[in-house]
Design a protein around this ligand. Structure first.
Ligand code: ADP
Ligand code: MG
Length: 263
């Protein structure tokens, strides 16, 4: 099958590791270099939607409606203030998805079906921002995606959670999506003054080698302030170290996609 777009799911079952921050800023960086990018917010918390300045009252049609097949991608995607970047926002409706759909035999494939359309080919990149658990929403994301991008916070328990995640990816490959790739692992909230963080980086690189991006995302106040202004860090403060790191990450992601296409 000829695929024009790339669907990347941003997943880690832990909360607070930088999934949403990575979704927003990687998407913005890709959009800035001319890619047409869509984020699908799959977390009922809706942090990606809020972080991109989408007000609650604008979220009349959401990722819930997309998953349920009530509305198409074009009907659910909202324009953001970032040129070339759209988002399918989320609402608390998503909390009901799992219960409503759990008896359905195609319950893991709702998102794949919604994104496997001509409309979805309008976007060159689709990033899926997952909730912090291995629930049916995350499974839908893994079933729909070409690859997984894993943000990993530079902390003591990082590797433990990672092995669980990699097992889940293997399980997904054996069952619902044999073609699922690992796009890469990005180390987030890195603090160079912290010896433990240095150790985590070196351990992760030893275990996972070139799966780990060269880019390290530093812990950066500007990055954490930006969502409260409804802006990606890259718009809020382009020069800060966090924004620069996300631009660098985007170029690594694109390079990997080019290499994959050439292979
Ligand atoms: P997740 O989506 O995995 O739960 P978030 O992206 O929401 O994680 O990040 C968790 C918290 O950490 C948020 O308050 C966010 O602003 C903050 N944060 C994320 N990345 C950075 C960073 N590089 N520097 C400083 N704070 C960050
Ligand atoms: Mg999040």
């Amino acid at each position: 099958m000829f695929e024009k777009n790339r669907i990347i799911t941003i997943a880690n079952q832990k909360g607070g590791v930088g999934k949403t921050t990575t979704a927003i800023n990687l998407a913005t960086a890709l959009a800035a270099i001319g890619e047409r990018v869509l984020i699908v917010d799959l977390d009922p918390q809706g942090n990606a939607s809020t972080g991109l300045g989408i007000e609650r009252r604008e979220r009349k049609i959401s990722s819930y409606d997309l998953l349920m097949g009530y509305n198409s991608v074009a009907e659910t995607a909202l324009e953001t203030a970032v040129p070339n970047l759209w988002i399918v926002p989320s609402t608390m409706d998503l909390l009901g998805f799992e219960m409503e759909i759990s008896q359905s035999s195609d319950r893991a494939f709702k998102l794949r079906r919604a994104l496997n359309t001509d409309e979805a080919q309008f976007y060159s990149y689709i990033l899926l921002d997952c909730p912090p658990s291995f629930n049916l929403l995350t499974m839908n994301a893994m079933a729909a995606a070409h690859s997984v991008l894993v943000p990993l916070q530079c902390e003591f328990f990082a590797l433990e959670g990672l092995s669980q995640l990699l097992e889940t990816v293997d399980q997904v490959r054996r069952t619902i999506n044999p073609a699922l790739d690992i796009q890469g692992i990005v180390l987030t909230m890195f603090d160079a003054r912290n010896n433990l963080a240095q150790q985590v980086v070196s351990d992760v690189r030893t275990y996972l080698g070139d799966k780990v991006y060269h880019t390290l995302i530093p812990r950066n106040v500007r990055v954490s302030e930006a969502p409260s202004y409804g802006k990606p860090a890259i718009l809020y403060d382009l020069k800060c170290a966090g924004s620069q790191a996300y631009l660098q990450l985007a170029s690594e992601v694109i390079q990997r996609e080019r290499r994959r296409k050439a292979a």
